[in-house]
Ligand binder design. Sequence first.
Ligand SMILES: C[S@@+](CC[C@H](N)C(=O)[O-])C[C@H]1O[C@@H](n2cnc3c(N)ncnc32)[C@H](O)[C@@H]1O
Length: 415
Amino acid sequence: MGTTAAEPATEPDVDRLRTAMVARLKEQGFLCSPEIEAAFLAVPRERFAPEADPVEAYRHNEVVVTRRGADGRATSSISAPWLQAEMLAHAALRPAERVLEVGSGGYNAALIAEIAGPQGTVTTVDIDPFVTERARRFLTETGYGDVHVVLADAADLPDALGPFDAIIVTVGVWDVAPAWIDRLVPGGRLVVPLRFGGITRSITFVKDDRGLLLGHHPTVCGFVAAQGGCAHSEQEVALAGGQVTLRNDDGPHLDAGLLERALRAPRTELWSGITAENGEPFDTLYLWLMTADPGAAGIIWQDLQCDVSLVDLALKWFNPALITSDGFAYLTVRRTEPDPATGAPGWEFGVHGHGPSGDELTHRFIDHIHHWNTERRRSREPSFTLYPAGMEVERPTVGRVYPKAASQLVMLWEP
Ligand SMILES: C[S@@+](CC[C@H](N)C(=O)[O-])C[C@H]1O[C@@H](n2cnc3c(N)ncnc32)[C@H](O)[C@@H]1O
């Protein structure tokens, strides 16, 4: 049973909404432990998001924005329940543990407090006094006054904080602050939405005895961007008045004028003959593109509020692309005939290219799709290891090193 927009928004029965949200999370496979399920049933989410209609606050895939910057972009929110459930599960929290949450709001800290129990300790840190003030107030009002709410830039944690058995970062960061690694005990878990290749993936790292972080479970997710010492700006170009945006984190300089002209010019269209079933995930295709074409791999997305006819993206948001200074090529899909055995329709991958380099990029992209299909599609997703910056790192046979400011992220595929 799920909640729908058709339900009355006035004086809804929040207990029923909470139970329905938990049922939906369970149905979709996001609740895999009784402790996490009990936490979601116990904490009144609507009390941490008074600006939202309770029906909206309890949608399992809905974010509640609680603060915006001068440019209108969200700077704080209560994250979507499915993502909170997944990050809590990956953090593998146990009773009596010491847990740090980076980025406050109150709700997620209360969930952590439920799981850590009375013997555990929960600290939540936020850079914004507006956020810490309300988080503290809401936590006290709902019976979680023991959660330690700290106003600080998480890049520079106060000395008194730590050590921690687990750290859950709930803001999108481009790098992992050395302080988080220092304050984590050996064997401790760090769940962090890390930005690389223009996309944020929540990765779960475990700290080994050498102080290295071994990562797994890369989940594509959206988070508000970090501020202060954790902030990082990426190369982004908005075209057609913001209808289409290109982002390339570590490629060549993007020329907005040339790319605008490229978007308006006739495009190259090529189909790969490679198909996917309805709903089949293909996230490793983008990870493969980042490995095989490191200088050009980026993403393209379109404005979801308007009817964009200039591009035909496979995914409207976070769509894989190859981008150069004067052209780009992106992943598209078209429906295939229904499978004779199941009757289910599928999708064929194709590529559209724009600009002087668009044709060459399109052929290159199609080659990458073929290579991914034969070599990587059915193999395990790559693993991730985080090394300190400056440490000598062996180049992976198949993989890629992302140099960051304080660390180096190594993505490694099985040879
Ligand atoms: C998505 S919200 C946190 C959501 C929250 N954990 C919840 O209960 O769902 C992200 C928060 O990170 C905070 N933030 C951004 N940069 C930060 C930094 N450098 N240090 C600490 N907090 C930061 C923002 O102010 C924002 O409140």
